[in-house]
Design a binder for this molecule. Sequence first.
Ligand code: FAD
Ligand code: NAI
Length: 481
Amino acid sequence: MNQQQFDVIVIGGGPGGYIAAIRAAQLGMRTACIDEWKNDKGGPAPGGTCTNVGCIPSKALLQSSENFEHAGKHFADHGIKVSGLELDLTRMLGRKDAVVKQNNDGILYLFKKNKVTFFHGRGSFVKAEGGSYEIRVSGAAEETLVGKQVIVATGSNARALPGVPFDEVNVLSNDGALRIGKDSGAVPRKVGLIGSGVIGLEMGSVWRRLGAEVTILEGLPTFLGAVDEQVAKEAHKAFTKQGLKIELGVKVGEIRNQGAEGVSVQYTDAKGEARTLQVDKLVVSIGRVPNTVGLNPEAVGLQLDERGAIAVDAECRTNLPGVWAVGDVVRGPMLAHKAEEEGVAVAERIAGQHGHVNFNTIPWVIYTSPEIAWVGRTEQQLKADGVQYKAGSFPFLANGRARALGDTTGLVKVLADATTDEILGVHICGPMASELIAEAVVAMEFRASSEDIARICHAHPSLSEATKEAALAVDKRALNF
Ligand code: FAD
Ligand code: NAI
């Protein structure tokens, strides 16, 4: 068996792993990246959950389904008549798959460009010896890699409800939820989702826009508890108006997978009444669990925490010298950009630099319509922390660009320290919130005050003027509202 020596061995080629590998190679280290994801033909498909069954395909379907909804419901407002509108679901799913493949191929190209050696297969620890780690790659060919520095970036898997395994036909994880109708070419009549978190809302929106009757059952009594209350309320109102049925405070009971008959879900509603939801497809989106399957951490004594995540310190160091872990397999938010930032920081630390991740300025985005995006603390968190703050908000209803777009739902809200005026949080619900939040992240990273944003010239007409106006509103001097 071949034995190959590397300075850095990265296990996992999702956004945490592939970015760490590229950065390590840029810094002059001989780097390997091992990833086991297979495409339909059994070939390599680097990019992890994000590229294959997460961020990228979900955004492709969100865009396609939004276009479909616009053509059917909103083009008429612009004086565009559409007749004979038809959905070609097979083509829509095919386009999504092509977008995924472009990203897989892009990563393979980047590996070549940066001289990262890619291995397609499963990486597992064999032993630690003389300050080096031996990693076996089991794939088309068996290889043994040896290196002093190992970065584990093995990601996460969907959490199943106890006793209700994913069959990806009727009971679906994110994977199956992204290819409903692949065989039949048809949109199911009824889709149910358990959990109104990020996946529940994004996937629920896709299938509702494409014509399914969608019901989301959420265990908690509050909608999007981690989101600023005012923003969550606004979003809830918009989703309900669109026809998304969201039941809060339910207790899910027995779930029966009835094959061709679909799935029945028994639950108790918020009033304590027993109910049954009968659906064609059920998506279970109740969070994700860290993945160390096949990694064989016991072989080297790599410590996991009580949740099964790899235990790391604030700088992604594990209990073993030279072994690091990043992304979904460690603590912190399960977000692609968080994984990437940790990957870069670890590669830089290995190279003797001072890699840094600011956990206080990691943005969150939910790509529904309206989009929801935020950075920093919510109003309820500031109250709980006893911080004196000022709030300013501005509705898109009063923004010229939003009116021209025909999408005036939502608002921008800026929270600033009552004494220093430093921005502590920005919360957006509305069109292009995913893009608008970048300004807030930059402002917070530079510890800007709300007055700084209020004094910066923003292009007119633009949605970003709503951010400027919300910053002006902190000082009670909004100009257009
Ligand atoms: P992963 O992307 O899970 O990659 C891990 C990789 O390691 C996989 O390719 C896996 O096959 C491989 N692997 C595992 N074990 C081994 C082994 N032993 N040997 C070799 N290879 C191994 N985040 C966002 O920021 N924005 C979004 O819009 C977004 N949308 C999402 C939508 C959905 C439906 C889902 C499910 C997630 C979404 N996420 C989003 C979350 C995002 O996908 C994850 O946070 C991100 O992929 C984590 O990156 P990672 O590198 O830690 O792990
Ligand atoms: P989530 O944590 O966002 O939401 C799970 C929801 O399910 C919660 O509201 C929770 O209260 C509810 N829940 C849990 N158990 C339940 C039960 N037994 N019955 C009813 N409700 C229950 O998890 P989700 O949506 O699965 O997504 C996983 C992660 O993937 C996200 O937390 C996020 O990190 C990432 N993601 C990010 C996206 C983005 O950035 N746009 C998009 C999709 C996923």
